[in-house]
Ligand binder design. Structure first.
Ligand code: FAD
Length: 349
């Protein structure tokens, strides 16, 4: 039994694990992807952050404030009066991002480029009123490598277990409380169970699965195109969201997804099977999975493997059917938990 199980080794899972170790807790972090691709989608991210009230904005006399940023967010995000949690998040973010994000990133020894970009200004609906987009030197990859190094060399590292190529399949619920997960070690084919006091789901959005993208395509939009460029993390397929929903968690805003077409490498780039010299209209056969094939080469700051706390082996559980389950697009009733809002889980890309 570990204090904490973190499912997902993207930037959200890694930061969560670091903070739990900072607090002296034990952590088992499981990630479906390989050791080389530890870090998730942020390895490919540009590393731009919308921040409010920074020294860079002051230097360039950009008149920003949490109030203005909130106004922009609510208008451009088309938040309605019923969007309780999106509003709460927006309020919290614009108020605290200067300290919680900007100062924290700087405390890691990282720097922002000395220019603030003005992106997402909107067309039909007005977007950002002022420049807020701060770019990290070294992009998302540099941030991820910084965090992985911190995680693997943490002073409380003896309380950490990281398991790669371990796929969580379902949450385990006992007496109305989540007590871990079961899954399969995809390298060996053996099943596993992790028992934990707390379970944190950090598996990205649902939109790594094109099937899920189609099923949750916003109803007020025209029909989904036959071919969709999808650069989201391919393992962020909503598997654990679905398991949580089966146990009564309310999923909201599943249809609000960002599919990161920009995460698809250029068809003429490395990994493309199109023969050289052919017209650019030629198809790249590996396109939909290219971001899996082009893994960045990461140094390996990990200590040797340790025995696994709270982990039990066994025969592999039955694999889920290839057909992805349908997630509730709006809210489902909460079956467990004392208050109806405690089980909310918002989805995003
Ligand atoms: C080209 C591109 C540019 C971007 N630019 C920016 C930017 O400038 N600024 C910005 O803020 N964001 C940007 N992003 C988005 C950003 O990268 C993501 O929002 C962020 O990395 C998501 O992190 P995450 O940890 O939530 O999820 P992910 O990175 O998707 O990680 C999810 C992890 O969960 C694991 N997982 C999933 N299911 C299971 C399971 N069942 N069992 C075990 N493990 C599982 C996966 O293996 C994966 O490692 C960009 C993305 C792309 C593609």
């Amino acid at each position: 039994m570990t204090n904490n199980l973190v499912i997902g080794g993207g930037i959200a899972g890694i930061v969560t694990a670091i903070e739990l170790l900072d607090g002296g807790q034990s952590v088992v972090l499981i990630d479906r992807d390989s050791r080389e691709r530890f870090g998730g989608l942020a390895l490919w991210a540009f590393g731009g952050m919308a921040l409010v009230g920074t020294p860079e904005q002051k230097k360039y006399r950009i008149p920003d404030s949490p109030e203005l940023a909130l106004e922009d967010w609510i208008r451009f995000g088309e938040l309605g009066p019923d969007d309780h949690w999106p509003r709460a998040w927006a309020e919290c973010y614009v108020r605290d991002c200067r300290v919680w994000v900007y100062d924290w990133v700087k405390s890691l020894g990282m720097k922002f480029m000395p220019a603030v970009n003005w992106v997402e200004r909107g067309s039909a609906i007005k977007g950002n009123s002022v420049a807020r987009y701060h770019l990290l030197w070294g992009t998302g990859k540099e941030l991820v490598m910084n965090l992985i190094t911190r995680l693997m060399n943490h002073p409380n590292g003896d309380r950490l277990t990281v398991l790669h190529e371990h796929r969580a399949i379902g949450l385990i619920v006992r007496d109305g409380k989540v007590s871990g997960c079961d899954g399969v070690d995809e390298a060996s084919g053996r099943s596993f169970v992790v028992e934990a006091e707390n379970t944190i789901v950090a598996t990205g959005g649902i939109n790594g699965s094109v099937e899920q993208v189609r099923r949750h395509w916003p109803q007020h939009w025209p029909e989904a195109p036959a071919r969709i460029l999808n650069g989201a993390h391919p393992y962020a397929s909503g598997e654990i969201h679905h398991s949580a929903a089966e146990h009564g968690v309310r999923l909201t805003h599943v249809q609000n997804m960002w599919n990161y077409a920009a995460g698809i490498p250029h068809p003429r780039g490395p990994g493309c099977s199109r023969p050289k010299g052919r017209p650019s209209a030629g198809r790249c056969r590996r396109l939909p999975r290219l971001h899996l094939l082009e893994s960045p080469r990461c140094p390996d700051p990990r200590p040797p493997a340790r025995p696994i706390a709270g982990l039990q082996g066994g025969e592999p559980p039955p694999r889920p059917t290839p057909q992805q389950p349908v997630l509730p697009t709006r809210q489902a009733t909460l079956a467990h938990g004392a208050d109806g809002e405690a089980g909310d889980l918002a989805c995003g890309g």
